[in-house]
Design a protein around this ligand. Structure first.
Ligand SMILES: Nc1ncnc2c1ncn2[C@@H]1O[C@H](COP(=O)(O)OP(=O)(O)OP(=O)(O)O)[C@@H](O)[C@H]1O
Length: 322
């Protein structure tokens, strides 16, 4: 269990983490989301005692990280891939870590196999690709068989096969009852493994929610229905918690609060032919962007937008309108 209470970190004028309160429970994967610069890495560093908070506390299973005598066996973390001596082999790197914690060679071999590094275990880590470095970082995180696992952007640099591997790994670690806390700035990625979502922006908590609730909030339980008798359909579907919208003259309804299956069954029971019954897909990525739009620090612009803006500026200077 990870508990952050009023966790705050200021760097001079900059508040990187702002009174963050959240709890990550064991037995599930919690996704830690936020745009670039939101404060995810800083929060993880504070949890891992790599930086001291300006205020508040971060506890892992009731204690600060620094209070553990053998932290590798309590918490496994991947913060920055390639924090490895480039001249050392993957095997030597892991053996070095194992040695400091009395972890046997057998466990080193196990994590090498688990992370698919057998073929390159004796190669210099400095020559590793980003994906291999990421696997090595994960191998190190799992070395002490920890109950808590904290990974900062673990899919960075991984190919699709690697991404799927991480997904399965995280799911199985959580199923073993571990606490798994994973950061990302990609909602679509996190939604595939995490149920619990902690979303931050500019250091502040924006949402502590679940994928299910976020989908609902984003209007994900909408169904488009078209049928032979829209007025009668409306009556059949109306009820508490159900909202129905229609357009005059259209045979189409939009229903919120009833699953497509139930709508289809009620229509069939009443003998009304349906022409369309379509759950309206929601973009979780869009829901995430809506939630964090005010907290995005680094807005990009497309060359096209810049050209258009430039053209407008020019037009304004010339006193003309486009
Ligand atoms: N050592 C530091 N000194 C000054 N400012 C810092 C320091 N570390 C982080 N920051 C600032 O704190 C804010 C949060 O940074 P952080 O790296 O935690 O964000 P992040 O959510 O992990 O972003 P990303 O997704 O880009 O990795 C940023 O504005 C960053 O510039």
């Amino acid at each position: 269990m990870i508990e952050s209470r009023h966790l705050t970190k200021r760097y001079g004028e900059k508040t990187a983490v702002d009174r963050l309160d959240f709890t990550v429970k064991p037995g599930g994967v919690a996704g830690f989301l936020g745009p670039n610069g939101a404060g995810k890495s800083t929060t993880m560093r504070l949890i891992l005692g790599l930086d001291a908070p300006t205020g508040g506390t971060a506890h892992i299973n009731g204690r600060r990280y620094a209070q553990y005598a053998a932290p590798l066996q309590e918490v496994g973390a991947l913060l920055e891939a390639k924090s490895v001596h480039p001249g050392r082999s993957a095997f030597a790197h892991l053996m070095g870590l194992a040695y400091t914690h009395g972890i046997p060679r057998r466990r080193v071999e196990e994590v090498i196999e688990l992370t698919g590094l057998q073929a390159v275990a004796q190669k210099r880590a400095g020559a590793f690709s980003l994906g291999m470095g990421q696997r090595l970082g994960i191998a190190a995180a799992l070395l002490g068989d920890p109950a808590t696992i904290i990974l900062d952007e673990p899919v960075n640099g991984l190919d699709p096969e690697g991404v799927r591997w991480i997904r399965d790994l995280l799911t199985s670690l959580a199923a073993e009852g571990r606490t798994v806390f994973v950061s990302s700035h990609l909602m679509s990625e996190v939604a595939q493994v995490a149920d619990h979502l902690i979303i931050i922006g500019r250091g502040r908590l924006l949402a502590d929610t679940t994928v299910h609730d976020l989908i609902r909030q984003a209007g994900g339980d909408r169904v488009k229905v078209a049928g032979a008798d829209p007025a009668r359909l409306r009556e059949l579907l109306a009820g508490p918690g159900v909202a129905i919208t229609d357009r005059t003259g259209s045979e189409e309804l939009e229903v919120t609060g009833l699953p497509a299956r139930e709508i289809g069954s009620r229509a069939a029971a009443a003998g009304i032919a349906l022409y369309e019954l379509t759950p309206v897909p929601v973009s979780l990525e869009q829901a995430f962007m809506d939630l964090t739009s005010d907290a995005v620090e680094y807005h990009g612009s497309t060359p096209l937008a810049r050209t258009a803006a430039g053209a407008d500026d020019q037009a304004a200077k010339n006193g003309s309108t486009a």
